[in-house]
Design a protein around this ligand. Structure first.
Ligand code: AP5
Ligand code: MG
Ligand code: ZN
Length: 217
């Protein structure tokens, strides 16, 4: 089972992918998390990605597709994957289709998390993530039990540099220009399900699990 989560920055992809992966046992593959880990480790990939991320631009398709394909060759992805943040261009969606077809697999479901723009900026500006395990919190909507500390692993929480207002606004603009066409790509393929992401975390998760259940049946 291959599921794509698609939606604007701050729509809740990472938050919901965590819930879905835990419930379904599918692997959680997040392009942004992979890039941030590469930046932190100072690898060649991280060196290439860093500038794009700091500007709120997409990393070039070639680089992103190669990174994801490598990740999809790891054994934990054999039973299926929840993809978070990839694909987000039509080019990436087509490359993924080709790669899955080559191993007799396909995308079963694409979930579009719909959230109004003004809500997105509020979510991004209050987000805190764990430096160790990348768990995601929000100072108002999902506060950690102890301020500044991860509930899951005790790691230190920090804010993402690309959540600064100007960069967040640029990310939104890039989303409208480059990712909306990818959503239309999945709509035309008739595997797109829209979920109202402008509700608290639990009801959104319940709707998404419902969509997943419908697809497995
Ligand atoms: P990436 O890390 O993927 O960032 P993004 O798409 O901008 O999405 P976010 O992670 O900001 O939002 P999210 O939807 O995961 O929301 P979250 O669950 O955290 O990408 C970063 C960069 O990497 C890109 O700009 C690009 O440079 C590069 N990159 C990555 N993928 C790429 C690709 N495929 N191609 C090219 N470049 C790529 O939630 C946000 C906040 O809201 C949190 O604080 C959370 O606690 C809170 N929240 C979540 N749900 C709710 C709710 N229902 N109610 C209230 N609050 C909520
Ligand atoms: Mg995310
Ligand atoms: Zn943690």
């Amino acid at each position: 089972m291959y599921v794509v989560l698609i939606g604007a920055p701050g729509s809740g992809k990472g938050t919901q992918a965590g819930v879905l992966a835990e419930t379904s046992g599918l692997a959680h593959v997040a392009s942004g998390d992979l890039f941030r880990a590469a930046v932190q480790q100072g690898t060649e990939l991280g060196r290439v990605a860093r500038g794009y991320m700091e500007r709120g631009e997409l990393v070039p398709d070639e680089v992103t597709i190669a990174m994801i394909m490598e990740r999809l060759r790891e054994p934990d992805t054999a039973r299926g994957v929840i993809l978070d943040g990839f694909p987000r261009t039509v080019e990436q969606a087509q490359a993924l289709d080709r790669a899955l077809a080559a191993r007799d697999q396909q995308i079963d479901l694409a979930i579009y998390l719909r959230v109004p723009t003004e809500v997105l900026l509020r979510r991004l500006s209050g987000r805190w993530i764990c430096r160790v395990c990348q768990a995601t919190y929000h100072e108002v909507f999902r506060p950690p039990a102890t301020p500044g500390q991860c509930d899951a692993c005790g790691g230190e929480l920090s804010q993402r540099p690309d959540d600064r207002l100007e960069t967040a606004e640029r990310r939104l603009q890039v989303y409208f220009e480059q990712t909306l066409p990818a959503i239309e790509y999945y709509r035309r393929r008739r595997i797109l399900v829209e979920v109202d992401g402008n509700q608290p975390i639990e009801p959104v998760a319940a709707e998404m699990l419902g969509a997943l259940g419908q697809t497995t049946r």
